[in-house]
Design a binder for this molecule. Structure first.
Ligand code: NDP
Length: 239
């Protein structure tokens, strides 16, 4: 049974990814930061439906906390599927953006990617099979007013995806990014109403977390072995 870690598994999209990977037969580490209760509830639900999961908690920006949790796990077995899904946005028009808003958003997406991915890398390389999927955003591809920090963070993640894919391709490890548009989670319901969505999205609806999870489930599968270094959009036709 392959082990999978989904950062931000306590959130809307992350929970759907955890359910999908568990349904595909993985042992899923459901990660949380502050929302450990949500992760534990999800673990119980997955196990109740015959899957295999456990919860882990750390702040992805804290490299020591990441190592403290992950090192004992990978001493026993490699985590071969990693979904870097944890992310935040903290929007402001650029002249008024506070330094903390800039640094925090970059810290979670970019330094979080570094801390977690590097911690899992060597055992994954030794196993000669791996899947790394980074959850990016349409904001990295089109830009978005008020999201200079978020676009920069997700754009960096896209570039890191392409470079790491080239480094590890010969070891049977693929590295891809998924760039969602508007997906129906609490991150978005506070930002867009139904009219906004109808105006912005050619399909006239938000995507669902399950639709993102289905794409990620495929990228994590053995059938996706020849797809690497790609930024794959899922956005109802926005671009
Ligand atoms: P949620 O707010 O529901 O989930 C965010 C997750 O990130 C939570 O599980 C949260 O953990 C975790 N997280 C935040 N900060 C940290 C941290 N410092 N350390 C560890 N974990 C952290 O958002 P979504 O499910 O909507 O978003 C998931 C991903 O998808 C994000 O990367 C987001 O940028 C991206 N995305 C979302 C879109 C959307 O429309 N919803 C569109 C495009 C991209 P906890 O709650 O436990 O603290």
């Amino acid at each position: 049974m392959k082990a999978a870690l989904v950062t931000g598994g306590s959130g809307g999209i992350g929970a759907a990814i955890c359910r999908r990977l568990a349904a595909d037969g993985c042992h899923v580490y459901v990660h949380a930061n502050r929302g450990l209760e949500s992760a534990l509830t999800l673990v119980n639900n997955i196990c109740a439906s015959g899957g295999s999961a456990e919860a882990v908690a750390f702040d992805v920006t804290d490299s020591h906390a990441v190592a403290d949790v992950l090192e004992p796990i990978i001493e026993k077995h490699p985590i071969q599927i990693l979904v870097n899904n944890a992310g935040i946005h903290d929007d402001a028009i650029f002249p008024g953006m506070r330094s903390e808003q800039w640094h925090r958003v970059i810290d979670v997406s970019v330094n979080g990617f570094f801390n977690v991915t590097q911690a899992l890398m060597m055992p994954m390389i030794r196993s000669r099979w791996g899947r790394i999927i980074n959850v990016s955003s349409i904001a990295a591809l089109t830009g978005n007013r008020g999201q200079v920090n978020y676009s920069a963070a997700k754009g960096a993640l896209n570039s890191a995806t392409k470079s790491l894919a080239q480094e590890v391709a010969s070891r049977g490890i693929t590295v891809n990014a998924v760039a969602p548009g508007i997906i129906d989670t609490t991150m978005i319901t506070s930002t867009f109403d139904a009219q906004d969505i109808a105006r912005m999205v050619p399909m006239k609806r938000a995507g669902t977390p399950d639709e993102v999870a289905d794409l990620i489930g495929f990228l994590a599968s053995k059938e996706a072995a020849y797809i690497t270094g790609q930024i794959i959009s899922i956005n109802g036709g926005m671009i």
